[in-house]
Structures are given as C-alpha cells and as structure tokens.
Design a binder for this molecule. Structure first.
Ligand code: GDP
Ligand code: ADP
Length: 213
C-alpha cells in the first residue's frame, strides 16, 4: 500500500520575514523541490517589479478592484503592508484543503496571524530572521529592484516585523542559504508527517490489526 494516495489533511505553510531576509528565494526552492506544494498567489496593489510575472508572482490589481474583492469576501486574509494592499485569495486555499493538498504562503505577520486564527489546525508559521539589519540592507540593494526610498522604508519597517517573530511556530536565521533551505524543508516534512494530518493512519492501523498471521 502506498501512503501517498491516502486521505490526508493539507498543511498551510506560512513563511514570513522582513523584506530582504530571503523568504521568496527559500520559498521558490521549496516549490521547485516539492511538486505537490501549491503557492498561494496573492493579489496586490503595488507596482510590478522587473523580472516579475503577473499571475505567477502576484495578481496585480488596482485599489478599486482590491476593494471590490474585500467586499465580495474573496480574501482569506488581507493587509496593508508598506503602504500597499496585499491579500490571499480564499478560493484556491479552500479547494486545496478540501483535496488534502498543501499551500505555501509568502505573507506578512498580520496575514500569518489571521490565517492561523481562521485555520488553527492547518496553519504552520515560519519566521525568517536576517543575520543583521546591515546585511538586510545589503541584500535589498543587491537585489536592486526597489528605489532607494523604498529600501529605506523597508529597513525602517523591519524592526516592526521582527517584533512579531515570537508569535511564530518556527524561527531561524537565514545566514547560509543552503542550511536555511534544509531547515525549512525539514519543518515542512515533519509537519506533513504529523499523525493528525495523516487521516489514513487509523484505517491502516486497523487493517494491520485485522491481518491474520
Ligand atoms: N498579509 C499579506 N501579506 C502579503 C501578501 N502577499 C505578500 N505579502 C507580504 O507583503 C510584504 C511585501 O511583499 P513584496 O512587495 O513582494 O516585497 P518583499 O518583501 O521584497 O517580498 C512581504 O512581507 C510579503 O510577505 C498577502 O497576500 N497578505
Ligand atoms: N542566505 C543568503 N545569503 C545571501 N543572500 C541571500 C540569502 N538569501 C537570499 N539572498 C538574496 O537576498 C535578496 C533578497 O532575497 P528575497 O528572497 O528576495 O527576500 P524577501 O522575499 O524576504 O524580500 C535576493 O537578492 C536573494 O538572492
């Protein structure tokens, strides 16, 4: 019997960090290595960056459309981050949970708190810390996708985000990328293995107990 096709409860894996700490890079690699993990593609009112692709990185919408979606209750959570609106569409998450699939969220602490409040059993919250604020600035400058004043605002906001790190289930420092990636993958694998998520266990246990030897 293969365990893969048996009923299970999906993980809502939430990864948050101050901007520039490396969550997007870590999440991209986790997705690349785990075909069954689906990314929650957020809606945002912020402008698209060079190298980003609409529908893959974000759904880019204007404020009027975002407000319309709030009123239609289309978001599992939404928040104002760095002066722009961001929200996680509810429908793909509901579908994934109903089918026992896992969803990855790259969202801020406000979104993490709201998803954990709404889905306390399913949400797993991971917070990634930078080695230092100086290194955070270096990474944002190296990424060179934001104007200088945007980088300054993100650095100023970093402490406000770091303040919430202790609300998360798992926290680690993204110093060496490969080591951090291994840590994130371990967390994901362990959470997938938790018994309550593996609904098939009771039936399997019963079949073993009924086996004539
Ligand atoms: N609450 C919430 N936060 C989001 C959502 N999508 C992205 N974010 C967060 O918004 C912040 C800014 O994201 P972004 O503009 O892509 O810049 P980044 O910080 O460089 O990744 C990050 O902390 C994201 O995790 C969402 O749907 N909901
Ligand atoms: N461990 C690391 N060491 C050095 N640079 C890193 C590390 N992790 C990520 N980076 C780089 O830092 C920049 C910001 O990373 P990114 O994944 O975009 O962060 P976030 O999504 O948290 O804003 C990118 O240029 C990325 O390649």
């Amino acid at each position: 019997m293969s365990n893969d096709r048996m009923p299970r409860r999906g993980v809502l894996l939430i990864v948050a960090s101050p901007s520039g700490a490396g969550k997007t890079s870590l999440c991209r690699r986790l997705m690349a290595d785990h075909g069954g993990l689906e990314l929650s593609v957020s809606m945002t009112t912020r402008p698209i960056r060079p190298g980003e692709q609409a529908g893959r990185d974000y759904h880019f919408v204007d404020e009027a459309e975002f407000q319309r979606l709030i009123e239609a209750d289309a978001f599992l959570e939404w928040a104002n981050v760095h002066g722009n609106l961001y929200g996680s569409p509810r429908a793909p998450v509901d579908r994934a949970l109903a089918e026992g699939r896992d969803v990855l969220f790259d969202i801020d602490w406000q979104g993490a708190r709201e998803v954990a409040r709404r889905c306390p059993e399913d949400a797993v919250r991971v917070f990634i810390l930078p080695p230092s604020l100086e290194e955070l600035r270096r990474r944002l400058v190296t990424r060179s996708q934001d104007a200088e004043e945007v980088i300054d605002r993100r650095i100023r906001n970093a402490k406000g985000e770091i303040e919430h790190a202790t609300e998360f289930d798992y926290v680690f420092v993204n110093d060496d990328f490969d080591r951090s990636y291994a840590e994130l993958a371990h967390i994901y694998h362990a959470e997938r293995s938790r018994r309550f998520r593996n609904v098939w266990v009771s039936g399997y246990q019963q079949a073993l107990l009924n086996e004539k030897v």
